[in-house]
Design a protein around this ligand. Structure first.
Ligand code: GRF
Length: 214
C-alpha cells in the first residue's frame, strides 16, 4: 500500500480535497505504479462528506476535516491547516479539487510548494470550480482547452505555471463530455507536477517556471 506508511526517506506530501477525489486517486495510482516517489502523509478535506476522504482512508492516509465555516475566521482555519501540514512534514501540497480559497498564511508557509490543478488553459477561464471553467470554454467557442498545474500564490489561479495539457473542444461536446476529456489529462498532469516539484529541478522566476535537466 502507498499511504502514510512508507519509509521516512520517501518525501511526504499533503493533499487538500473537497469532493469526488479522482485526482487524489490519480496520485495514489501514480505512487502505486512507481511513477511518483512520494507518500501521501496527510489528506485534509474542507467537507466531512467528501467522497475523497474514503479514497484517502482506503490508502491508509491520515485524514483531517478542516471546514472553514467551523472556524471564527479564514485565517484561523488556515493556521490549523498549516499546523497539520507541518506536523506531517510535507514537502509539497497538492490542491486536488479543493474548493475554499486558501488563506494567505498557508500560501506564505509553503512558498512555491503548493500546487493547484485547474480545468482550463490558464490564464483563460480562471476562477471558479469545475464545471464552470469547462462551461465557459464551451460558451466562448474555443477550439482548444485543457488543464493547468501551477504554484499557488495569493491571487487565485494566477501563480506560476508548471505544466499544461491541451485537449480539443469537439462540435458535439457538452460540459460533461468536455470535462471527462480534460479529466484524463488532469490525472496525468497533477502527479507529474508533484514529482517535478519534489525533484528540486524547478526554479521560479516571476511568472516563469523553468525545469533544470535531470
Ligand atoms: C477537477 O476538475 C479539478 O481540476 C478542479 O476540481 C475538480 C476536482 O475533481 N479543481 P476531483 O475531486 O479530483 O475528482
Amino acid at each position: 500500500m502507498s499511504g502514510a506508511s512508507g519509509s521516512s526517506d520517501i518525501p511526504a506530501i499533503g493533499v487538500l480535497v473537497s469532493g469526488r477525489g479522482s485526482n487524489l486517486q490519480a496520485i495514489f495510482n501514480a505512487i502505486e505504479r512507481g511513477e511518483l516517489r512520494a507518500r501521501v502523509a496527510v489528506v485534509i478535506s474542507s467537507r466531512a462528506d467528501a467522497p475523497a476522504l474514503r479514497i484517502a482512508a482506503d490508502h491508509g492516509s491520515t485524514c483531517h476535516v478542516i471546514a472553514p465555516r467551523d472556524y471564527p475566521s479564514r485565517a484561523e482555519a488556515g493556521a490549523t491547516i498549516v499546523d497539520v501540514l507541518r506536523a506531517a512534514h510535507v514537502r509539497v501540497v497538492a490542491l486536488a479539487g479543493y474548493k475554499p480559497i486558501l488563506d494567505a498564511c498557508v500560501v506564505r508557509a509553503f512558498p512555491n510548494a503548493i500546487i493547484n490543478i485547474h480545468p482550463s488553459l490558464l490564464p483563460a477561464f480562471a476562477g471558479g470550480m469545475a464545471p464552470r471553467p469547462q462551461a465557459e470554454a464551451l460558451a466562448a467557442g474555443v477550439k482548444l482547452t485543457g488543464c493547468t498545474v501551477h504554484f499557488v500564490t495569493e491571487e487565485v489561479d494566477a501563480g506560476p505555471i508548471i505544466a499544461q495539457s491541451a485537449v480539443p473542444v469537439l462540435d458535439d461536446d457538452d460540459v460533461e463530455t468536455l470535462s471527462a476529456r480534460i479529466l484524463v489529462e488532469e490525472h496525468r498532469l497533477l502527479p507529474l507536477a508533484i514529482g517535478l516539484a519534489l525533484s528540486g529541478r524547478l526554479t521560479v522566476e516571476g511568472q516563469r517556471v523553468r525545469l533544470a535537466p535531470a
